[in-house]
Design a protein around this ligand. Structure first.
Ligand code: SF4
Length: 348
């Protein structure tokens, strides 16, 4: 193996796997960089060693995981190149990731970057002019190698200096996947993810929720948004209550556990101890209301929704005691259920 090292932007998709392996096949030491944020692959943070083992076993690739959540939220507030079909700022996202990976070169003693992009594969982010913009704006033009389409592109420094043999790189282009599938078979890679999975910003339904946030139509302003806000936005049933409060109800035990563990100082947490049912989190309940009356009214609605979604008793939903924790204080609210017609318009 040579002393040459490279970093690969490892999305975990087939193209990034193949681009990495193609360069590794030249004896170059490549480390895959897996970026995670609440919008993509955040669950990896629960078991980083497990993810690394899987990448090693399935693809023979060593991967390092980096959480870029905070900076990514910042970028998402105003992407220079706008959004794709949904709320996906793909061009800015790639510029951002390439820039971050470039900053890591020194840490890993690596000479260049690898990306699995294929010329013409995606309408927005993989056109030739867009690939040029990504290289230019991340200031990586000379060090960003795209091995799968390299022969259709201007040589990078790594090729010119002979660190990489350009003759062994490829000229893939377009949307077809057959060449990639054939190459995967050559490398003995059988089990790889379906294309274009895993990014919530490209999902029509979830991205609509997130967009609502960023349009500043919401109780939480884009400028104040935190990673926890995004995580909360992606679980359970979501409501905007008449007083303006943002309520999240767990759909199952898993959601309930998440809400309990993500609740922060100033959030209200409600549940009905006497019956199985949802945990509810009223976000920023301590600070987001203009008056005590509005806060109390929304807490009441929240308690009624907890009863509404709680388990039925003898085919009905009798009133129940809902426990409320807010600002270190605990109390109990006697609440009746609420008719569906009354809250349908509150659902996000
Ligand atoms: S689909 Fe998501 S992760 Fe992929 S480039 Fe677009 S915004 Fe980034």
């Amino acid at each position: 193996m040579s002393e040459v090292k490279a970093l690969s932007l490892f999305s975990g998709g087939l193209d990034s796997i193949l681009a990495t392996r193609l360069v590794m096949a030249q004896g170059i030491q490549v480390t895959g960089i897996k970026f995670v944020s609440p919008f993509f692959h955040y669950e990896i943070l629960d078991d980083i060693p497990g993810y690394q083992d899987e990448a090693r076993e399935k693809y023979g690739i060593e991967v390092v995981v980096r959480d870029i959540s905070e900076e990514y939220l910042e970028m998402l507030r105003k992407p220079t190149y706008g959004f794709g079909k949904n709320f996906n700022p793909c061009v800015d996202c790639k510029i951002f990731m390439v820039s971050r990976a470039k900053e890591m070169l020194k840490e890993f003693g690596a000479s260049f970057l690898i990306s699995g992009e294929v010329l013409g594969q995606r309408p927005m982010s993989q056109r030739r002019d867009t690939l040029n913009v990504i290289s230019r704006d991340s200031e990586s033009r000379s060090i960003l190698l795209r091995p799968l389409s390299a022969k259709l592109m201007t040589p990078t420094l790594a090729e010119e200096q002979g660190l990489v043999d350009r003759e062994k790189l490829l000229r893939f282009s377009g949307r077809g996947r057959s060449q990639q599938i054939a190459l995967a078979a050559e490398f003995g890679i059988k089990d790889y993810p379906a294309p274009a999975g895993g990014c919530i910003l490209a999902d029509p339904n979830l991205s609509r929720r997130i967009k609502n946030f960023y349009d500043d139509n919401f109780v939480v302003r884009a400028a104040d948004m935190t990673v926890t806000d995004i995580l909360l936005l992606l679980v359970g049933r979501q409501f905007q209550l008449p007083g303006g409060g943002w309520l999240i109800l767990g759909r199952d035990m898993k959601d309930n556990d998440k809400l309990t563990s993500w609740a922060e100082q100033g959030d209200a947490l409600l549940r009905m101890p006497e019956r199985p049912g949802p945990t509810a989190l009223l976000r920023r309940a301590a600070s987001c209301y203009g008056s005590e009356e509005l806060r109390q009214a929304d807490l009441e609605y929240a308690a009624r929704l907890v009863v509404r979604y709680g388990r039925q008793v003898d085919g009905g939903r009798p009133p129940g005691d809902v426990s409320l924790r807010l600002g270190g204080e605990n109390k109990s609210i006697q609440a009746e259920t609420i008719e569906d017609t009354e809250f349908m318009d509150w659902m996000l």
